[in-house]
Design a protein around this ligand. Structure first.
Ligand SMILES: C[S@@+](CC[C@H](N)C(=O)[O-])C[C@H]1O[C@@H](n2cnc3c(N)ncnc32)[C@H](O)[C@@H]1O
Length: 234
């Protein structure tokens, strides 16, 4: 899978791409991530400005449409040239608090795509006409952040870990919270007793069937306690 990110703060992505599972997935070529400085496509050659004052007045700056359009057109044309057989076009996603809420089913759907382009807004937001570029708009929750960079990292991380071969056997997305109608069962590791809190006996019994039954029951029990809305919706 390939993910292109358009941002005015490309350096923000260094940490997330340079550590842990994402770093390994990129090194193993399971995942290609390109972070592009949007200013490269600014029509303002001298100052590389990508924002301007809002028509109608009001506080803050709004991101201009030209750099986003030029960047997406360039990336899409490159992608078309790069595809030997005629495959699906990149899916362009605008990060915005006004978009569809990001959920695990949305992540699962996106993980099936070959190529995503993520557009990060900043300041007061983006010129309304940029929406015409996007195949979909995603929000990571009902709160407002300063920019689309953290939301893009969230989408990137959630999608990448579902790409085949990224997690490997050691960490599996199987049975996880939100992969079905319930939360995942509780986990324990060593020590067997910690500050008088003991690991449930069944987990050290060696009885695989009993462990499976306990996990299923525990998963449903905690889903009912913490997220009754998931139980109702199932
Ligand atoms: C300060 S926000 C703009 C908010 C906008 N004025 C509004 O009220 O809807 C700047 C940028 O951050 C990103 N952003 C902020 N919160 C977000 C969220 N919850 N989900 C996705 N993107 C978000 C978007 O890219 C947005 O263009």
């Amino acid at each position: 899978m390939r993910i292109d990110i358009l941002t005015i703060f490309p350096g923000m992505f260094d940490g997330v791409l340079g550590a842990s599972i994402l770093k390994r997935a990129i090194a193993a070529k399971r995942l290609t991530v390109r972070v592009h400085d949007l200013r490269r496509w600014s029509p303002d050659r001298k100052h590389r400005k990508v924002d301007d004052r809002p028509y109608g007045g009001g506080p803050g700056m709004v991101m201009r449409p030209e750099p986003f359009f030029a960047a997406v057109e360039a990336l899409t044309a490159n992608a078309q040239r790069g595809r030997k057989a005629k495959g699906p076009a990149p899916r362009v996603i605008l990060l915005t608090p006004q978009g569809q809420r990001l959920t695990q089913p949305v992540v699962q759907r996106l993980a099936k795509r070959q190529h995503l382009i993520l557009l990060c807004g900043h300041y007061e937001g983006v010129d309304e006409r940029i929406r015409a570029l996007a195949d979909e708009e995603l929000s990571i929750g009902d709160y407002v952040l300063t920019g689309g960079e953290l939301p893009a990292m969230v989408v990137l991380d959630a999608v990448a870990r579902l790409v085949p071969g990224v997690l490997g056997d050691a960490t599996s997305a199987h049975d996880e919270s939100f992969s079905g109608p319930r939360l995942e069962y509780p986990h324990y590791t060593r020590p067997r007793v910690f500050r008088r809190m003991a690991v449930p006996e069944v987990l050290v019994s060696g009885d695989a069937k009993a462990i499976e039954v306990w996990r299923q029951l525990a998963a449903w029990q905690r889903t009912r306690q913490r997220r009754p809305d998931l139980v109702k919706a199932s």
